[in-house]
Ligand binder design. Structure first.
Ligand code: 6GU
Length: 250
């Protein structure tokens, strides 16, 4: 996959997009990651990328011409144009299913908004517009990194252990079950006996139940969309009906 980013702060991407799995994906040739400085497509002495809003009001608006020229030039870098995604708080809210959708593209171009936003006409250059949540960032750069990370880790060969992307939070629609490692006792807290039993059927059942409990407690909204069998649906109904009763421990 080729990921291009258009930004006025290319330096922000250096370490996050070189460390850990993103660095590994690049070393393995699974990800080509490039940043492009929007100021390279300005034509004035001050390399101006923003201007006052028509109609007045606070803040500045990103000028459409440098964006238009830059996006056209970046498309031309390869035979096929990039799937162009604007990062903006007014985009559709990012989640795991959008990450999966984006991971099917050969090429993505992330366009990072700054100031009060894009000139409304520049939205004609976008194939998609994404927000990473209901809060305001000073720019789309951090959002572009979040989305890139979530997408790239889904590419075959990026994670060492292919199951890791399947067995985790959200792909099943549930939060992830609790994990433990050595030592067996730490600060008087014991690792549950079942996990040391070697009984894989029991372990699987326990993990599934813990995932359900945790999801019910913290993110009950996810249960509406989760993949539950009829026994689990009934269990959730019971647990919901009596919020005081904790599910029975093993
Ligand atoms: Cl994509 N941009 C900005 N500026 N703020 C955000 C966002 C994006 N997603 C959530 N907040």
């Amino acid at each position: 996959m080729i990921v291009d980013v258009l930004t006025i702060f290319p330096g922000m991407f250096e370490e996050p997009m070189s460390a850990s799995m993103m660095g590994l994906a690049r070393e393995r040739g699974l990800l080509e990651f490039r940043t492009h400085d929007l100021r390279d497509w300005t034509h004035d002495r001050h390399k101006t990328t923003d201007d006052d809003p028509y109609g007045g009001g606070p803040g500045m608006v990103m000028k459409p011409e440098p964006l238009g020229e830059a996006i056209a030039a970046i498309h031309e870098l390869e035979d096929e144009p990039a799937h162009t995604v604007f990062l903006t708080p007014s985009g559709r809210r990012f989640d795991q299913s959008i990450a999966e959708e984006l991971s099917s593209h050969e090429r993505i171009l992330f366009v990072c908004g700054r100031y009060e936003g894009f000139d409304a006409r520049s939205h004609t250059l976008a194939d998609d517009e994404i927000s990473i949540g209901d809060y305001v960032l000073t720019g789309g750069e951090l959002a572009a990194m979040v989305v890139t990370d979530a997408v790239v880790r889904l590419l075959p060969g990026v994670l060492g252990h292919e199951d890791s992307a399947v067995d985790e939070s959200f792909s099943s629609g549930l939060l992830e079950y609790p994990q433990y490692t050595r030592p067996a006792v730490w600060n008087d807290l014991e690792v549950p006996e079942v996990l040391r039993s070697g009984d894989h059927a029991r372990i699987q059942a326990w993990r599934r139940r813990k995932a359900l409990e945790l999801t019910l407690e913290r993110r009950p909204d996810l249960l509406n969309e989760a993949d539950l069998d009829s026994v689990e649906v009934e269990w959730v109904r019971q647990a919901n009906g009596n919020v005081d009763s904790q599910p029975k421990e093993d």
